[in-house]
Design a protein around this ligand. Structure first.
Ligand code: HXC
Length: 512
């Protein structure tokens, strides 16, 4: 072979890898409103930064005529590139090749990337669009999945792992995304389930569509499996870039700091009168968040799920923070199973990746009822308590109004080692609300409605304020709402060199 022929051979092989499943299948993918694997990688990364690995890898299966059917790359595009100039690893399943199904060699490509991402301390992003286990390969494919899951677990808490679902993701395949830190889904074409509609119909006689069972809306609003929903492939990938701008590349790095153009001493008169006089009237906690963060910009996580709890990322003075907040606008901001678990996982993410946690509290307590008790609110509520107590990152808490009972303790109280605890003058910190408390304390002693009202008022005057807690040092300060931004930034600056280590142990035993 001449040198020229060798170069030609090289070109042909590269072209074959790029065309992958062929023009017809690419057209089908586009017709469905989906990008191809390669287009997705390019849309995700900074222009011109993608470096592909294992482009010529092929499967080693010989059964079912597969030895006659080999496509370079074997249905997955892997490599590295940059997002906002920072190194990331990325793999994208190519639905045009055997439906993006996972072969043994396909898994090996992902695992190679997982190991590199760990060694280099860089995030790994998986773009999923796959018919699941490569049926022709049997247990080899299952082994591949298992090995990916194992490396997902090893990487957990070391590097950020992000899953983007842009097509089918079914069967056991869902468990790699499930272990990763964040799951993004595109609104129209993505779905995740352990068993599909046909199996469900056969076993339980339920009839359900793929969309209802495991579409983006289902997992973002109902199951809480997913964290973000994009309108299209492109939109979803842009959200991934945005998320990365808030988080560090690994557990030994600090989150990126951005130049802050928003006045760090900015006061907000709007906040002074946001909280209604009537303690039973709702208000929107997001307004407090938006009024205080840099450029009024809040990147909310799981905005459609357990909406009595708000979680998400923002910046104060250019520094990334994780925000956890009760939402009085929904279920009065009560703590229940879903909101506890939602916040607990977020707190643990922030703690693993050195992101300070700001907690805004307005919580009337835990949601009463058999549904909650039978569902295990005891152990689920304990998750949030555990997560806050375990977290060693800077923890700043602002009580805006109610902080009652166990929920007061759980929501990053001083007793769970929060660093700075602040409250507005409108705060009410007590074992329970004045009505319930008066009914119990004065049980049998109250004869008239007038006496009852007096008892309630008495309890309210004694405890439904922040001053008892401040006298005991459980609050570091009481602040006017308009100074919230300044106070948070001041506290973050004071806490930036915080050193706190957990006692040595293999690992704790969070009540899962
Ligand atoms: C091999 C597969 C495949 C698979 C799809 N293909 N899934 N090849 N293994 N798992 C191939 C098809 O043969 C077809 O090849 C091409 O991909 C596109 O598939 P279509 O069916 O034409 O596409 P579409 O109509 O869009 O349907 C997509 C689909 C369907 C819903 C995903 O293909 C499907 O149901 N596939 C099987 C899913 C499944 O049961 N997987 C195993 C699950 S168990 P051609 O050559 O015609 O283009 C599992 C266990 C994992 O995954 C456990 C991990 C622990």
């Amino acid at each position: 072979m001449t040198l020229k022929e060798k170069y030609q051979q090289y070109e042909e092989k590269m072209k074959a890898a790029e065309v992958a499943g062929g023009e017809e299948r690419i057209a089908k993918q586009h017709k469905a409103g989906k990008l191809t694997a390669r287009e997705r990688v390019l849309a995700l990364l900074d222009p011109g930064t993608f470096v592909e690995l294992d482009k010529l890898v092929v499967h080693r299966c010989t059964d079912f005529g597969m030895d006659e059917n080999k496509i370079p790359g074997d249905g997955i595009v892997t490599g590295y590139g940059k997002i906002d100039g920072r190194l990331v690893y990325v793999f994208a399943q190519d639905f045009t090749v055997f439906g993006g199904s996972l072969s043994r060699t396909n898994a090996d490509k992902i695992i190679k990337l997982q190991k590199m991402a760990m060694r280099m301390g860089a995030p790994i992003i998986g773009l999923n669009d796959s018919g699941g286990a490569r049926i022709q390969e049997g247990v080899q494919s299952l082994a591949g999945y298992g090995d990916i899951f194992y490396h997902n677990v090893l990487s957990s808490g070391v590097i950020p792992q992000i899953s983007v679902i842009l097509g089918p993701c079914a069967g056991g395949a869902v468990y790699s995304p499930a272990i990763t830190d964040f799951i993004f889904m595109s609104k129209k074409n993505s779905y995740m389930f352990v068993t599909g509609p046909d199996v469900i119909k056969a076993v339980t006689h339920e009839e359900v569509t793929m969309e209802e069972l495991g579409g983006a809306t289902t997992h973002n609003a109902t199951s809480g499996v997913a964290h973000f929903m994009g309108e299209s492939d492109e939109d979803t990938l842009m959200m991934v870039r945005e998320l990365l701008s808030f988080i560090p590349s690994n557990n030994l790095a600090d989150p990126p700091v951005q130049p802050c153009v928003d006045d760090i001493n900015r006061e907000s008169e709007k906040l002074q009168f946001l909280i209604p006089d009537d303690p039973n009237k709702p208000y929107d906690m997001k307004e407090i968040i938006l009024e205080t963060v840099d450029n009024h910009y809040f990147f909310e996580v799981q905005p459609y799920y357990a909406t009595n709890m708000i979680i998400g990322f923002a910046r104060y003075g250019g520094r990334s923070v994780g925000i956890v907040a009760n939402q009085p606008n929904n279920l009065a901001g009560v703590l229940d199973i879903n909101s506890s678990v939602k916040a607990a996982r977020f707190v643990r993410f922030c703690d693993a990746f050195n992101i300070p946690i700001i907690t805004f509290v307005d919580v009337p307590g835990f949601l009463p009822g058999t549904i909650q008790e039978y569902g295990g609110i005891i152990r689920h509520g304990a998750k949030l308590m555990y997560a806050y107590a375990e977290a060693t990152v800077p923890k700043i808490t602002i009580i805006t109004r109610k902080a009652y009972g166990g929920a007061y303790i759980v929501m990053a109280s001083k007793h769970l080692a929060a660093d700075i605890n602040l409250a507005y003058p409108s705060a009410e910190i007590a074992v329970m609300g004045p009505e319930g408390a008066a009914n119990i304390i004065y049980k049998g002693k109250i004869k008239t409605e007038e006496e009852r009202q007096r008892a309630i008022e008495n309890y309210r005057n004694t405890f439904a304020n922040p001053y008892k807690a401040a006298e005991l040092g459980y609050l570091d300060d009481i602040i006017l709402p308009k100074y919230t931004r300044m106070k948070i930034i001041q506290s973050l600056e004071m806490l930036q060199n915080k050193v706190k280590n957990a006692p040595p142990k293999k690992h704790g035993n969070i009540p899962l």
